[in-house]
Design a protein around this ligand. Structure first.
Ligand code: ATP
Length: 245
């Protein structure tokens, strides 16, 4: 980062801002993504910029669901492509699952640039949306998907999702795993599993978790017992305790 010293108390947060701004400059992140990032920052501030038990619990359930999935897919937007390209590539390799570009604002060839950015970061399997396959229950551009990816997926991992599409995916019978710092967002409430944490912290933990489990050691009970509403309540309690304490 240009002129902020590493000793600055907000160095990490400021360096993430730089990454998002760079994403806009190289044309992979939408300017609207800056606003989404700001909302995330505010919630990260409220949870103390740490990974909490409510997040690690969700990460454990997510790793099991992904391990047991038949056709898992990782949906990528411009913010996550800018913040965690390496983590996305690692997750794709661990799951042998494709990355699929799916964005709301498709200005100026941004989808293609995200595609190339993922390949530049070592991705081997990146799918693009097509006009041949559409999600039901959604009108925005995000309805266009790949027939070999999100359309046929049983589990969609989609960090920083938008509520409309999360709802559409759920109505289509798919499981949705999201990472969202806002436990009040429509996405957080509608997803099967919501990891309330910053994607830059949560994704490496998810990858570590996946490396530690095998198909033999994995138990579906973890998913049956998982309660997403409780996880969101725990996150909200944490925030309100902080605000009152
Ligand atoms: P919804 O439609 O689900 O209610 P929204 O309209 O609030 O969502 P969007 O702008 O579609 O939100 O997506 C941004 C979401 O991503 C916000 O909830 C924000 O808190 C979250 N977010 C932003 N940056 C990060 C990050 N680095 N890690 C995790 N979550 C983030």
């Amino acid at each position: 980062m240009s002129d902020v010293p590493k000793t600055h108390p907000r160095y990490l947060s400021l360096s993430l801002r730089d990454q998002i701004v760079k994403g806009v400059e190289i044309g992979i992140t939408s300017v609207h993504g800056l606003i989404a990032h700001g909302r995330g920052e505010a919630f990260d501030y409220l949870i103390g910029e740490k990974t909490h038990a409510f997040a690690t619990h969700a990460i454990q359930a997510a790793s099991v669901m992904l391990k047991l999935a038949i056709n898992p897919v990782i949906s990528v937007n411009g913010n996550v492509a800018a913040l965690v390209p390496d983590g996305l590539v690692e997750l794709s390799e661990l799951l042998k699952a494709p990355l699929e570009v799916n964005i709301f604002h498709t200005e100026d060839g941004r989808e293609q640039r995200i595609y190339e950015h993922l390949l530049d970061n070592g991705a081997l399997d990146v799918l693009m949306p097509t006009k041949n396959a559409e999600l039901d229950y959604i009108d925005s551009n995000r309805r266009y998907v790949n027939p070999n990816g999100i359309l046929k997926a049983d589990v969609v991992f989609v960090p920083l999702e938008d509520g409309d599409r999360c709802e559409a995916l759920r109505k289509m019978g798919k499981q949705v795993i999201t990472i969202d710092l806002n436990p009040l967002s429509r996405t957080a409430k509608q997803a099967s599993i919501t990891i309330v944490d910053n994607v830059v912290r949560a994704l490496p933990i998810l990858c570590r978790e996946l490396r530690s489990i095998t198909s033999e050691s994995v138990h579906g009970d973890v998913i049956t017992e998982y309660d997403n509403e409780k996880v969101l309540q725990d996150a909200l309690h944490h925030i309100s305790r902080g605000a009152n304490g």
